[in-house]
Every structure is written in structure tokens, then in C-alpha cells.
Write a protein that binds this ligand. Sequence first.
Ligand code: GTP
Ligand code: MG
Length: 370
Amino acid sequence: GEAITVADLAQKLAMKGGDVVKALFKMGVMATITQSIDHDTAALAVEELGHIPVRADADDAESELIAHVGETQGDQVARPPVVTIMGHVDHGKTSLLDYIRRTKIASGEAGGITQHIGAYHVETDKGVISFLDTPGHAAFTSMRARGAKLTDIVILVVAADDGVMPQTVEAIKHAKAAKVPLIVAINKIDKSGADPSRVKNELLEHEIVAEDFGGDTQMVELSAKTGDGVDDLLDAISLQSEILELRAVAEGRASGTVIESSLDKGRGPVATVLVQNGLLSRGDYLVCGVQYGRVRALFDETGNQVPTAGPSIPVQVLGLSGVPDAGDDFVVVADERLAKDVASQRDTKRRETRLVQAAGNRMEDIMAQM
Ligand code: GTP
Ligand code: MG
């Protein structure tokens, strides 16, 4: 862990170095003024001297964390692509995933509308692909933005009988902002009003140009209902993935991002995370935003317990101290002490920031009344 010299500790306590050496000696720790002692020993010495130990430097644990993560760098190996499905409401995103996964999620959704980010990994003939399903409803902009940030490839679903609509355009903006390549899935080609070339023309206005129009965007015509063209989409994804040469460290301590989180009555805080590096295992200590904990159980998207999850794999984590925010990073650390330190420092920092903001707001109110 991190260390502090006896001299520095004495200075922080406004004491003579010799007195700190004596206090340490009483505790059975032999150290000279120039020697370093670890933080736990220092904290005990501070208590011994009748003070309450407080880790003053708010970035202490963070820098320890960074050094810690640096240790886990290993060999990069190929990893599955993370693919986010985006598009206007009802254009068939969940149905497309249902077809690929052989599930029936869309028909079970309240009002037929997706209201959260679904995360799934699927074994296909082309290898494993992880999918994030986003809602198309106008209200869920932040989820779409988050989905675009977390992903390697965006699949833009456009219904061939409806064409480019507001959230189609929004999804294009998110993909561009996140600098993520886009593949267009022109869906519902089984319907009588389907007009794929109209979709391609409308997309031109947003600088999304199909290969057969001289551009470089792969577009696949398909039906999530009949399954026509779905294999072509999987081919397009694997082609795009090869170009991206996606790699990650597959062993060692895991890190990644929270996709979603909630408080479950029986199970406590639940976080769906995307592992981006390393191997997340049951029993691991982790920091997750301002929360920390020990992984009590991991579940895959079908609700089965799994012992581990590697790069690009979404997994539900149980065992956190509280509910992290969607979009928070998580990092596995070697011991509970560091996890706790980092989480509590972050929490303190966040509170301070909020207090400063609140004070600022009050000032503005007062100024406004003057
Ligand atoms: P949100 O998540 O709410 O944005 O909707 P979504 O894009 O996930 O659409 P969803 O998969 O829920 O499908 C909406 C409706 O379109 C459902 O009634 C589907 O059965 C229907 N649908 C989806 N794909 C096709 C298709 O290829 N052909 C036909 N005929 N209907 C489809
Ligand atoms: Mg949906």
C-alpha cells in the first residue's frame, strides 16, 4: 500500500519526530524519522497519540487506485464486439434482438415499449456478440447517449415503412458524438408499405451514405419478423468488428462500466455492468462510483449464476454497499480497505461539490433578490 515517512507524519501532527518514533516504538513498530510506515500503521500511531486519524489528501486513495490498476496490465487478446441497437420508437429494435436471441422479450414489454437498457451476449455462428438494446421513446435520451458511449458499433434500426424519424436522427447524432461506426438495419421489409430506397435517400440528408450509393455505411435490409436478412446483419457486424480489431486484457482484475442499477427488495443493490478489461469473479472486491463491495454473486442475462465474466460481457453484480449510478466506472481492487477508502473519498468529494454548488445557487438567489 501507500506509505508516509515518520517525519512527514510528525509534521502533519505538529509534533517532534522523536515523539512519533516513541509512539511507534510503544506500538512495537521500529522506525527512524526518515523511514516510511504504511497508512494503517500511521493511523494507529495517530490514535495512540490521542488524535482521530483522517486521511487528509482527498486524492490519496485515487492515486493508489491508479497505481493499482496499472499493475494489472497484461496481454491484449481479441474480445467480442459490443453492439448497441438504436432507433426510433417501435422500429423493431427489441424484435430484432429477439430474433437473434430466439427470445420473446418485445411482446412482454409494458405497452410494447422498451424502458431500460437491455444487455445480452449471444453466441452466433460468427462468434460471441454483446448487444445493448436501447429504448426508442423520446423520453430516454440519456440512455441512448450512454448506450452509444459504451459501444463499439451502433446498429441503427429504421423501419422501412416509416423511414427516418426524430429518434433516428438523434441516434445518428449520438453515434457521431461517440465516434462509433454505424450499420443501418432497414427493418420490416416484409410489410407492404416497405420502401428501403426511401430510407437510404432520407439518410443521405444526415450524411449517412450507403455503399451502393457510393458511401461507406453498411446497410442491411431485413425483417425481424421473418428473419430475412438477419444473417446478413450478423455478417456486417463481424466484418465491422474485424476492421476495429477489438482487444482487451482478459485476465486479472476487472474494470468496466455500470449499464444500469437498481435496488432490489430481496437482493439489495443490483448493478448490471459491462466488463471491459480483466476477469470479474465472485468474491472480488470492487469500487463502483461512490459504492464499494465484494461480489456476492454474478448473474448472466438469463438469470443464471456465473462464476466469472470477461471482456465485453454484461453481468449483474450483487454485493455492493449501495446503488451506483448508471455510467459509473467499476474497478476490482486487491482488498476491501482500498475499495472502502476510494469509495468514501469519492463520496466526501461529491458531498463537498454539492455543498459548493448549493452555496453557489443560494448566492445567485440572494443576488437575484438584490
Ligand atoms: P421501443 O423499444 O419501444 O423503441 O420499440 P422497438 O424498436 O424495440 O420495437 P419492437 O421490437 O417492440 O417492435 C414494435 C412493433 O413492431 C411490434 O409490434 C413488433 O412485432 C413489430 N415489428 C418489429 N419488427 C418487425 C418486422 O420486421 N416486421 C413486422 N411486420 N413487424 C415488426
Ligand atoms: Mg424495444
